[in-house]
Design a binder for this molecule. Structure first.
Ligand code: UT7
Length: 325
């Protein structure tokens, strides 16, 4: 099997900022509650004329430039998203067209907040086997389009954004191990009940607000902590490493208390954890993607570093990945 790594990173965050103070005017909440319970201070909101593919295109262009590759060099495009422009065609196909990446095979991955780690793992398989040479992997979401702006339990949590990476064969290092898991028995903890084939969009689904995110936050919180800690242990063991060997953890950014509880379980010091939740909230698949990009651009990840990606979300699904940079 060939060695595979990330050779370019990019991101795009919509310009509009929605602060906790803005939310205080919309629902019965407070900056104090949101900050202490979640760690979020603000989030980005896509403009009315922006769709998920628009965010993905900007992040992807930056990643291609960073990798010094042309769109025509890409043979596989995977977009992790739960907020595609439309049910079909895929965001990946729309992205291919915008980039003129005519040599790419394109598909979307639906694995919610673990989507980027799932997509990364799938791309790695295609590259390691030699099927394709270069892949573009994007996590892009407009969660504001599926958020119930009247529900204080959920509307304070989510934001919009996109992160992208280019993956290629490398001579040394790269992805050392990956681990994915799923548990469909807990699907009801986080879902959008309406708008699919079970309850197609109708006046009734709209009136009952079924086309928006429904979440049992409390249950998910506990599962997120234990599952992400477990995933980290499994993937590090597969790489022949221990927690102390990790230079930087890029966790999914759902709640700062989840991240800190998980780090404590693993005995990881706070300075080894990368956070961008304060600025962006939970952007599902785009959270780990943008965090990875920012960590690289800010010099928090240097050549030779051991980086751990760790994510958990609706499905339930979870995934982790160890990369030697
Ligand atoms: O993305 C991957 C999957 N998602 C997650 O992993 C999310 C996991 N869950 C969480 O992050 C947390 O459970 C939340 C942030 C969603 C909620 O925090 P919590 O500490 O679990 O609060 P809670 O749901 O137990 O609610 C505590 C209180 C309730 O009031 P009562 O019943 O105690 O009077 C809520 O009604 O806080 C109230 N509350 C709020 N108060 C002010 C809930 N949302 C708000 C709000 N502002 N926005």
């Amino acid at each position: 099997m060939r060695k595979v790594s990330i050779v370019g990173v990019g991101k795009y965050l919509p310009k509009k900022i929605l602060t906790n103070c803005d939310l205080e005017k919309m629902v019965d909440t407070s900056d104090e509650w949101i900050t202490t319970r979640t760690g979020i201070k603000q989030r980005r909101m896509a403009a009315k004329n922006e769709a998920t593919s628009d965010l993905a295109i900007k992040a992807a262009k930056e990643a291609l430039e960073d990798a010094h590759l042309k769109a025509q060099d890409i043979e596989l495009i995977l977009v992790a998203t739960i907020t595609p422009d439309m049910a079909f065609p895929s965001v990946a196909c729309l992205l291919q067209n915008a980039l003129l990446a005519k040599n790419a095979v394109c598909l979307d991955i639906s694995a919610a907040c673990a989507g980027f780690v799932y997509a990364l793992t799938i791309a790695q398989q295609f590259l390691a086997s030699g099927t394709y040479k270069n892949a573009l992997v994007v996590g892009a979401e407009i969660l504001s389009s599926i958020t119930d702006w009247k529900d204080r339990n959920t509307c304070v949590l989510f934001g919009d954004g996109a992160g992208a990476v280019v993956m290629s064969e490398v001579k040394s290092g790269g992805i050392l191990s990956t681990y994915l898991g799923s548990d469909g028995s807990k699907a009801d903890l986080l879902m959008i009940p309406g708008g699919g084939s079970r309850h197609p969009c109708s006046r009734e689904t709209i009136d009952k607000r079924l086309n928006y995110i429904k979440m049992q936050g409390n249950e998910l919180f506990k599962l997120a902590v234990t599952t992400m800690a477990h995933a980290a242990q499994v993937v590090l063991k597969k790489a022949g490493l221990e927690c102390k060997d990790v230079d930087l953890v890029i966790p999914h950014q759902a709640n700062i208390r989840i991240i800190m509880a998980m780090s404590k379980k693993l005995g990881l010091p706070a300075e080894k954890i990368y956070l961008n939740i304060e600025k962006y909230g939970n952007m599902s698949s785009a959270s780990t993607a943008t965090a990875l990009c920012e960590a690289v651009k800010e010099g928090r990840i240097r050549k030779g570093d051991i980086v751990l990606l760790d994510a958990f979300g609706a499905g339930l699904v979870w995934g982790a990945c160890v990369i030697k940079w």
